[in-house]
Design a protein around this ligand. Structure first.
Ligand code: FAD
Length: 288
């Protein structure tokens, strides 16, 4: 099994306590030498300023390679591109470009009257600037808006052709889900740019609700296993074992990069990374 290259997703803090939690998360995970860390953009564009500030601060203070998420929701093209420009001015040239979801309860995506209609238009516009390394989302289990069995793959191909360099997948619970998706992608010429997104399950109830909203299929065995573990007070042990097993199967199947949805809770992600052989890098300054 190869030791994977890893990356981490964080969300921007909404208050002082959350800022400390994010900083603690960065302190725990940065010794694992991630390829990059990314900062989400709240549903409906709700964390626009917080994302911008968190991205700029992390870039300046953590020494990590930071990627900023950007969505098309509730903003004109000019406003969206102005935010991208602000990321670039702060020295952040990595963007995870998404169509995005509206805020909770607001129904489906509605295009702003002067806004981008979809993720492909956003990717094209960002690529035209020549300033950004663009990553995008991908959906091994069917996205709720997919119109047919292959539409996620066909649409991903359009996003790659529009200028994306890598796709980070939505989380999924079984390695075969990823492998089937990877095979379909390879058939349309998308290869070696797919990075599995991994959700360490801190809280099964929350993860299950999240999965239902995203269209991620929930295997019955997983639901049963957590039900038993919860009863026995062993949820933590099960979560570490299940996540490590999923990652190991992916690595055995030829995957060499993993992207962790940390939810700003670093311990489980750290333990899984350690179990996969990702060792903390000790800086020489700390040894001398
Ligand atoms: P797209 O890939 O553009 O669309 C999703 C699917 O819908 C496609 O695969 C396709 O099947 C169908 N589809 C959409 N448009 C068309 C079309 N015109 N023609 C045909 N089919 C179409 N959300 C946030 O709000 N903030 C974030 O920071 C955030 N980060 C994310 C990070 C990752 C790695 C992932 C995977 C998702 C993230 N999301 C985030 C969620 C994302 O915004 C939602 O899943 C949203 O519904 C789709 O955005 P997208 O750009 O991935 O969609």
């Amino acid at each position: 099994m190869t030791t994977p290259e890893i990356s981490f997703e964080f969300f921007p803090p909404q208050n002082l306590e959350a800022s400390f939690r994010l900083w603690d998360t960065v302190q725990v995970l940065s010794p694992l030498d991630p390829r990059f860390v990314s900062v989400t953009y709240g549903a409906g564009g709700t964390t626009r300023d917080l994302t911008r500030d968190a991205v700029a601060t992390l870039h300046k203070s953590s020494g990590l390679n930071v990627a900023a998420h950007l969505t098309c929701v509730n903003a004109s093209r000019a406003e969206t591109l102005a935010i991208a420009d602000q990321f670039a001015s702060a020295g952040v040239n990595d963007i995870v470009a998404l169509r995005g979801d509206p805020p909770k309860g607001a129904g489906g995506f509605t295009q702003h009257e002067d806004g981008f209609a979809n993720s492909v238009e956003l990717i094209e516009a960002l690529a035209d600037t020549g300033k950004f390394n663009i990553r995008v989302g991908a959906y091994p289990d069917r996205h709720p808006e997919a119109t047919g069995p292959d539409s996620d793959v066909d649409w991903l191909k359009r996003k790659i052709d529009a200028g994306a360099s890598e796709a980070l997948t939505q989380f999924f619970f079984e390695a075969d889900t990823f492998f089937r998706f990877r095979d379909k992608c390879a058939k349309v010429g998308i290869d070696h740019v797919l990075t599995p997104g991994i959700l360490p399950i801190e809280n099964w109830k929350g993860a299950r609700n999240f999965a239902r909203r995203c269209g991620t299929l929930i295997p019955q065995w997983l639901d049963d296993a957590f039900e038993t573990a919860l009863r026995d007070g062993r949820e933590d042990l099960l979560a570490t074992a299940i996540c490590t097993e999923l990652c190991s199967e992916l690595l055995d199947g030829g995957v060499d990069k993993l992207h962790f949805y940390t939810m700003n809770r670093p311990e489980l992600t750290r333990d899984v990374c350690h179990a996969l052989g990702v060792a903390p890098k000790v800086s020489l300054e700390n040894v001398a």
